[in-house]
Design a protein around this ligand. Structure first.
Ligand SMILES: Cc1cc2nc3c(=O)[nH]c(=O)nc-3n(C[C@H](O)[C@H](O)[C@H](O)COP(=O)(O)OP(=O)(O)OC[C@H]3O[C@@H](n4cnc5c(N)ncnc54)[C@H](O)[C@@H]3O)c2cc1C
Length: 945
């Protein structure tokens, strides 16, 4: 550890409160954790993951003692550079998840590590939601949402954090704790911080004494504004604690730490309709918008012609879009209501208000969920659409300005002119029209001075027109950060800016809390520390480092996330290409082995929320292929060539382990296996009490000729070798349960021939041996085609990852089904279901999620059990085929909290992949088996007494 002295002292100091396992100084994690969604790159010297108020307090005290600046970090989706630092990064990751719903859903208490969408899940049963609705709500955390005063399409300026905060728990830069919702805490704070509170009152009174400034503040916050501090707190509130609550909103972690926030919630209206309305030009579109208002409409999103062109080929977009003229502008309007009648009144209301305004097509609303969701998906995809088509090695930038609504039309045209003047012809403009909030998105090359100057010139032109011509906001939603800090004074004027400087000095006299963010003396800060854009590999080059993938990743709390793997890959490539700093390169490569490669489950769940659809798991497989030794390749070839023998050996080995378990007991087996795992450096698999015994292959009884229906059943190699564990609820092998279900429903089961030799190739693919995997898959496909009469008979495979792979690599049109899907599509009407009076847990695997099967899985489970629980925070189980035996810590980390999330009365768990089930059982102590067992328990043949 080669740190400057004060950082060494800081490090030593915090170690007395925070475990060393959560303090990082190595080159891999400081780089990976240091990155956020902005285009700035600063590498922290130390990263600390904090979990409790005392830990934050200890970090703040140590920072003061050793004069070390701190930056707080929630999800790192910020775009303006407010969550990066080259000093100490204080991360919330993996903790701060406590919540409490109050007053029948009218309020919610949230810790800052909760993702916005999770908070809305907690409120769903009450038909409520939190007010702020940034487009990033599935990734951004409450701490960042509040500290940025983030907002989105619907919340406008009336339901953002500023308007809906009720109280907060705060930790000040001197380490003092205040709960603004607790009288005793306020009394204590009044005594300990008399001067601070008196200064706040003084600021309030000084501002009040300047009517022009008061008017300016009111005017500026009528539209969305996140440039500078929330000066409106001093105008809207008299009470100092109210001022504090509201000043912390939008303070971007520069005034202190938000340890908890209580929001007043807003109603989530159930009935929705949307219309994509096309106007002949932007002026007419803006006239239309100005006729609309909230609550008649909940959102109005404008998309300019270039934006429309970027999505006109997407499925669901009307073909006539391509025929439209060059000026056509779309407004996507959404109306919401509590009931059907009110919804139609709103629709009629919009149509009436738009009467007399020229539109290219008649105004048509749709209430069909799939149709309006498609429109909104297209709108949400505008930003990534630019990210997707940008040249490799460039960065996608999104700017975020707001104009008074009455100037929206001319301001939009001026914005377009500024972009064209600076050569950004392909940049698109869209945004929340009713709020006068426009985003413009373009790709930017930062690799040479000419390009940086071009960007600087655009920013100067934009600042000039937003501020001087229209008195608008330079940052409407995304926060000031480092990007707009040099422009705060320009936007607000000297007088207001001086108040902001006083605020910062008052709270943080030493300037240690997120320095340079919001308030800076550096005129060119927005052009400094720009992230290098590196062309690393086509599988990951499109990444915009937004962080949407992170919450889905099983290694997010153990090592690194998909975004962070890509950051590391880019830096490794940069160093390899430049030849700079070979020592650092060697350290990154060494560290990547475990952090990047070994703990990547390659489940690909990261692809689902990724706006540019990157599957980092695919890149990991490619990396593995490149770094595989010849010996490993030879062993894999041997396994592929002797597959039948290997599976039967596995069956025997599992049987022996199970025998040993019965003989020695769980404790002795655990100790022995841990010892072997450690001695072998992780090469010997870790035994768990949920280790399966060898499987028995059931023989179908029903003959095809006698049955009404037929199915080809391909038990995966896992299903064929791994039986139930000693502790499992059902002692039968999976093939026995599956065949029992199928035969009850009148299906004759056909096994493919030479089944012992067959495998979909998944284990080979995930180890980085796609050629062997594909060979295995081709052989399997041939056998399945034969068994299914060239695809005439449906094919069922009992393991979801195998079905997913078969669907991806098979060339023929075989009808392939995963168990829950097959049961849902074919067996629901052929079996008699009786709901078991039980609570059962389900885990929908990554593969099932990627195949879109979660609804079918849940529907089947709900037919079988009175209560079905699916803990919302549990995503990929991290078992990853056999990786769970080699790196059990990945599985344990991914499933942290599973046990606690299951109600105590839960009898058993169900999934559809044997290895995932082992991991789930190990983490929860509950038997998890295939969904087939559940269906078998809850059904009988139709007509049977
Ligand atoms: C694709 C994309 C779309 C986006 N869309 C929108 C949008 O529609 N609307 C919008 O407003 N924003 C949007 N953003 C920006 C960003 O997602 C939001 O501002 C979000 O609220 C940031 O939350 P976070 O958890 O990522 O916070 P971070 O980025 O981690 O932090 C944000 C700020 O909060 C501070 N902070 C974090 N936690 C605390 C705490 N506990 N106490 C004090 N300070 C803290 C940090 O120091 C930092 O200054 C978008 C970003 C991306 C990448």
């Amino acid at each position: 550890m080669n740190l400057p002295e004060q950082y060494q002292q800081f490090h030593a100091e915090i170690r007395s409160t925070i475990p060393e396992s959560r303090i990082f100084t190595d080159p891999v994690r400081t780089l990976a954790y240091g990155t956020d969604a902005s285009f700035y790159r600063l590498i922290p010297k130390i990263v600390v993951k904090v979990r409790t108020v005392p830990e934050v307090t200890a970090v703040i005290h140590a920072a003061h003692l050793h004069k070390v600046p701190l930056t707080f970090r929630a999800a790192g989706t910020s775009l303006s550079g407010q969550a990066v630092t080259d000093s100490v990064l204080v991360m919330l990751t993996g903790a701060w998840g406590r919540y409490e719903v109050l007053e029948d859903g009218d309020k919610i208490v949230l810790e800052p590590g909760i993702i916005g969408a999770e908070a809305n899940l907690y409120l769903k049963p009450y038909a409520r939601k939190i007010g702020p609705d940034p487009a990033s709500i599935n990734a951004a955390m409450i701490g960042g949402i509040a500290a940025n005063n983030a907002s989105g399409m619907c919340c406008g300026t009336s339901d953002n954090s500023y308007k809906t905060v009720a109280s907060m728990k705060l930790i000040f830069p001197d380490g003092t704790f205040l709960d603004t919702g607790d009288e005793a805490s306020k009394i204590a704070f009044r005594q300990s911080h008399k001067e601070l509170l008196a200064e706040i009152e003084l600021l309030r009174d000084e501002i009040a004494a300047q009517p022009e400034l008061v008017e300016r503040i009111r005017h500026k916050f009528k539209i969305k504004n996140t440039t500078g501090y929330s000066l409106n707190a001093f105008v809207d509130y008299q009470d100092v604690f109210d001022i504090l609550n509201h000043l912390f909103i939008g303070s971007e972690g520069t005034l202190g730490f938000i340890a908890e926030i209580t929001y007043r919630t807003v109603v989530e209206q159930e009935h929705k309709a949307s219309a994509m309305i096309f106007f002949p030009d932007i002026g007419t579109a803006c006239q239309g918008v100005m006729r609309l208002y909230r609550p008649l409409v909940s959102a109005t999103e404008m998309v300019d012609r270039i934006g429309l062109r970027s999505v006109e080929d997407e499925p669901g977009m009307p073909a006539y879009l391509k025929e439209f003229g060059e000026e056509v502008t779309a407004i996507l309007v959404e109306v919401r209501a509590d009931n059907h009648e009110e919804l139609h009144r709103c629709i009629d209301g919009v149509k009436e208000r738009l009467e007399g305004i020229s539109t290219v097509m008649p105004v048509e609303f749709t209430t069909v969920k799939a149709e309006y969701e498609r429109y909104w998906d297209i709108r949400k995809n505008l930003f990534p659409a630019v990210g997707n088509v940008r040249p490799a090695g460039t960065t996608v930038l999104i700017e975020d300005v707001a104009f008074p609504l009455e100037h929206l039309a001319e301001a939009t045209l001026d914005l377009r002119r500024a972009m064209d003047k600076n050569g950004y012809h392909e940049g698109i403009i869209y945004g929340h029209a009713l709020d006068g909030n426009l985003h413009f998105v373009f790709s930017q090359d930062f690799s040479n001075e000419t390009e940086i100057k071009r960007y600087a010139s655009l920013m100067d032109d934009v600042a000039d027109l937003v501020v001087h011509r229209y008195n608008g906001s330079l940052k409407a939603e995304h926060g000031t950060g480092r990007n707009m800090a040099p422009f705060v004074e320009m936007e607000w004027g000297r007088q207001a800016y001086q108040f902001m400087r006083r605020i910062k000095k008052l709270f943080d006299p030493e300037g240690l809390i997120n320095p340079d963010v919001i308030i800076t003396d550096k005129a060119n800060l927005h052009l400094e520390n720009i992230k290098p854009a590196v062309v690393a590999h086509p599988l990951i080059d499109k990444c915009i480092e937004c962080g949407y993938c992170e919450s889905n990743c099983p290694s997010r709390n153990l090592t690194v996330t998909p975004r962070q793997r890509i950051v590391l890959q880019r830096e490794i490539t940069r160093l390899q290409k430049s030849g700079q700093d070979p020592e650092r390169l060697a350290e990154l490569l060494k560290g990547y082995e475990y952090f990047g490669d070994k703990t990547c489950a390659t489940d690909g769940l990261c692809q689902l929320p990724c706006p540019v659809k990157i599957n980092t798991g695919d890149h990991t497989k490619h990396w593995r292929a490149q770094h595989m030794s010849q010996d490993a390749r030879r062993i894999a070839e041997f396994v592929a060539g002797h597959f039948a023998g290997i599976t039967s050996t596995a069956r025997i080995a599992l049987g022996l382990a199970n025998f040993a378990h019965s003989l020695l007991g769980t404790n002795a087996m655990n100790s022995l296996s841990k010892m072997a795992h450690t001695i072998s450096g992780g090469a010997s698999p870790q035994w768990t009490p949920w280790m399966p015994k060898g499987a028995v292959l059931a023989k179908p009884k029903l003959k095809p000729k006698k049955a009404q229906h037929q199915v080809v059943y391909f038990p995966s190699c896992l299903g064929r070798s791994m039986g139930p564990a000693k502790e499992d609820r059902d002692a039968r092998s999976l093939t026995e349960a599956m065949i029992s279900v199928l035969e009850k429903a009148g299906y004759a089961v056909i096994y493919p021939s030479d089944m012992d030799e067959l495998c979909c190739g998944m284990p080979f693919e995930s180890k980085g041996l796609p050629e062997i995997g594909d060979r295995m898959a081709a052989k399997l496909e041939k056998k399945l085609l034969k068994a299914s009469n060239d695809g005439a008979i449906p094919v069922l495979c009992d393991t979801s990852p195998c079905v997913y792979r078969m669907r991806r690599v098979f060339k023929s049109e075989l009808k392939l089904y995963e168990p829950a899907e097959f049961i849902h599509d074919f067996l629901l009407d052929k079996l008699e279901f009786t709901q078991l009076p039980e609570t059962v847990a389900v885990h929908v695997t990554c593969s099932s999620l990627k195949m879109g099967l979660q609804d079918k899985f849940l529907a089947v489970a709900q037919k079988c059990a009175a209560k079905v629980v699916r803990p919302p925070k549990i995503k990929c189980c991290g078992f990853a085929g056999d990786a769970g035996f080699e790196t059990p810590e990945l599985n344990a980390s991914a499933l942290e909290g599973l046990k606690e999330a299951l109600p105590p009365e839960t009898t058993s768990g169900y999934s559809n992949s044997r290895t995932c089930e082992i991991g789930l059982s190990s983490a929860s102590g509950l038997s998890y088996q295939s969904v087939a067992y559940l269906v078998d328990r809850a059904t009988k043949a139709k007509g049977n007494a």
